[in-house]
Design a protein around this ligand. Sequence first.
Ligand SMILES: Cc1cc2nc3c(=O)[nH]c(=O)nc-3n(C[C@H](O)[C@H](O)[C@H](O)COP(=O)(O)O)c2cc1C
Length: 352
Amino acid sequence: MHAALRTRFCEVVGVELPIVQTGMGWVSGARLTAATSAAGGFGILAAATMTRDQLAESIDEVKARTDRPFGVNVRGDQPDIDSRIALMVERNVRLASFAGAPRREVIDRLKTAGIFTMPTIGARRHAEKMQQWGVDAVIAQGHEGGGHTGPIPTSILLPQVCAAVDIPVLGAGGFRDGRGLVAALAYGAAGIAMGTRFLLTAESTVPENVKQIYLATDERQTVVTTAIDGAPQRVIETAMVRTLERSTALGRLVGAAKQALAFQRATGARLADLVREALAMKRSQELSWAQVLMAANAPMMTKASMVDGRPEIGILPTGQVAGVIGDLPAVAEVLRAIVAEAEETLARLEGR
Ligand SMILES: Cc1cc2nc3c(=O)[nH]c(=O)nc-3n(C[C@H](O)[C@H](O)[C@H](O)COP(=O)(O)O)c2cc1C
């Protein structure tokens, strides 16, 4: 392999390729994560949408499928975060990434436990703050990225962040191929982190009818909306999303309340647990009760499409890059093609 592809991230984390499969709620399960790590990339389990017991099962499944390192995506404000960290230590998980902003005490606890930390940031000042907190690496995600996303495009954010901090930076938002990997390295990054490309693979468990919607989406058919949980989130612009955007705040609230109750009935979740989680969310993020209800309901809207295959009632988080992805290859093939194209690109640039 070309020496340029063996980056600081590879050395710090102990991985062959500088390519991360990110933790996508309801999408990055054991099968996808294990396939990525087994093929030489770095897979991350999406645990923000798992109970602690589901996380334990998923970690065991990844370990049964591969002995390579992998990570877990956590939410710093989960009420049982201490027990999750203990589990990660016990099962020797290499790294934690974060859904949303991390909390300093959670970073400190993970570091003390010997687990690498890698938050996602969307602005230079956040990267600087994370470096001060002592994290091991950051993912700099540009506006074109999937799910919750910031306002600055990758082409501006990534070189800015790479110039501002000394820790390894991974570029995210819009990456899918080997030319993109070389471009990220040229900006000063230590690799790339991709969501949507991995969502659209053979090992991703997203239902076939939903994968077909992603494949049919062009780069103008995604939208960044705050109508789902109050924070800007990039999703496919479906009829459901247009309805949400048109409805009044009260209408959205009533819809969210109805869905939250239906979820509680369907899953048998204890109301006390939901209330405890909502209270923790309200305290840590200073949200209004309306925002709490919407935010508590949002994961269920993602589950409806990504697990249950019902895009008419759910949301489809995506990067804009879905518009230029038209196939569903195996994960190992995605990684092999990226490395091959990166090597060709480097040889071309070197005039070979
Ligand atoms: C379906 C979906 C679900 C996501 N869920 C999460 C999540 O639970 N936690 C998180 O940190 N990021 C989440 N993200 C963001 C991704 O991890 C990643 O940062 C983003 O997709 C990168 O942009 P790209 O799609 O252009 O590669 C999600 C993205 C998608 C597409």
